[in-house]
Design a protein around this ligand. Structure first.
Ligand code: DNO
Ligand code: MN
Length: 356
């Protein structure tokens, strides 16, 4: 297991590389050019600038999260070919600084969705929370009107300006079913994976978060069956998955250790975090400790260990602790604690294997 840590970049993250350096066993930074809009080619000078910063602390840049996919690719529009060419050109530049894994997602319009970014847990820390009834109460038919300014429809992180831009996008998705989305994903991968093979970069799709359709938009990466289907779209080791235990774990039917055992050789990147799910479909992100949530982190690490996992892993989101003010989910403290928990399990398993 090769431990890496997500960093949003100088001036864009409250956590510094100096601090990350002090977390045991972190060897690289998970990064992205967050100011380049999806679909555009990444400028080489910015990539090299990132590399220089990482070099200063001896971190590698082997994992990118994410090179985001332009909506036209997900929608299957004719303009997608230009965006796919840009994507490949970005990959070529990333290969030059040693990138080995690109994490991406194929969720229409939104990335992860939560209803409260600072929900208080019983210990006084706060964490990302999803209230299913709140999301479900938004009628997709009315959504376009809702986002046009009805103040009763608000959600964490929804700024009115950003939302207004989404109106035409929602219109475009009106006819798009999950089967369309699968076809568009295949179209993308058929063109990207040969480039990935040549450049020795493994593509790793992130599951949908939460792993079910929201606001009438299809979501297709939701569990074991969809991962099976994804891997068959293009049967190459360069077409893989970012196995995110927190995203998949929000659905109680998902048996994550079983997925690790089944898909071991197609998981170049692991996101390891815990969530606590409730019967009504709500969930909250909690500490990594297995007994704190519903995702059995011990069993997950055991499955990785057993399958000889040599890929990259990161703790993903954490709670906000000790009055830390940070990007929601991306503070220093809880992610560092999470890493120590993961190493604790891993090192014990290593010793047990050596009969110590
Ligand atoms: C949630 C996070 C995601 C992830 C993107 C990858 O579990 O890991 O926000 O970064 O979906 O594209
Ligand atoms: Mn994740």
């Amino acid at each position: 297991m090769r431990m890496v840590f997500r960093w949003y970049g100088e001036g864009n993250d409250t956590v510094s590389l100096r601090h990350i350096k002090q977390i045991p066993g972190v060897e690289g930074i998970v990064w992205s050019l967050h100011d380049v809009p999806p679909g555009e080619e990444w400028p080489l000078d910015k990539i090299l600038d990132y590399k220089a910063q990482a070099d200063e602390y001896g971190f590698h840049l082997e994992v990118v999260e994410s090179v985001n996919i332009h909506e036209d690719i997900k929608l299957g529009l004719p303009t997608r070919d230009g965006y796919i060419s840009n994507y490949i050109r970005t990959m070529e530049k990333l290969a030059r600084v040693g990138v080995k894994v690109i994490c991406y997602n194929f969720m229409p319009v939104f990335d992860w969705i939560r209803t409260d970014l600072f929900k208080e847990l019983e210990d006084g820390s706060t964490a990302l929370f999803y209230e299913k009834a709140k999301v479900d109460s938004i009628d997709p038919e009315e959504l376009v009107l809702a986002i046009a300014g009805n103040p009763t429809y608000t959600m964490a992180g929804w700024e009115p300006d950003r939302l207004r831009k989404l109106i035409p996008l929602f219109e475009a998705y009106r006819e798009i079913t999950s089967e369309h989305l699968w076809n568009h994903l295949k179209y993308f991968l058929v063109r990207i994976v040969p480039a990935a093979e040549k450049l020795d970069i493994r593509m790793a799709i992130h599951p949908d978060d939460p792993p079910w359709p929201v606001f009438g938009l299809p979501r297709i990466m939701t569990g074991r069956d969809s991962i099976r289907r994804l891997l068959q779209l293009v049967d190459s080791p360069y077409n893989g998955v970012t196995l995110c235990s927190g995203s998949l774990g929000a659905h109680p039917a998902n048996d994550i250790p079983a997925m690790i055992r089944e898909f071991a050789d197609r998981i170049p990147f692991a996101h390891i975090r815990n969530v606590r799910t409730y019967e009504n479909g709500d969930f909250i992100e909690c500490s990594h400790r297995a007994s704190d949530g519903t995702v059995d982190i011990c069993e997950i690490v055991r499955a990785y260990h057993e399958t000889g996992f040599r890929g990259y892993a990161r703790p993903d989101h954490g709670r906000h602790l000790w009055d830390e003010s940070c990007r929601p989910g991306y503070g220093l403290y809880d992610r560092a604690l999470g890493i120590m928990y993961l190493w604790g399990i891993w090192d014990s398993l290593e010793r047990a294997n050596q009969g110590r």
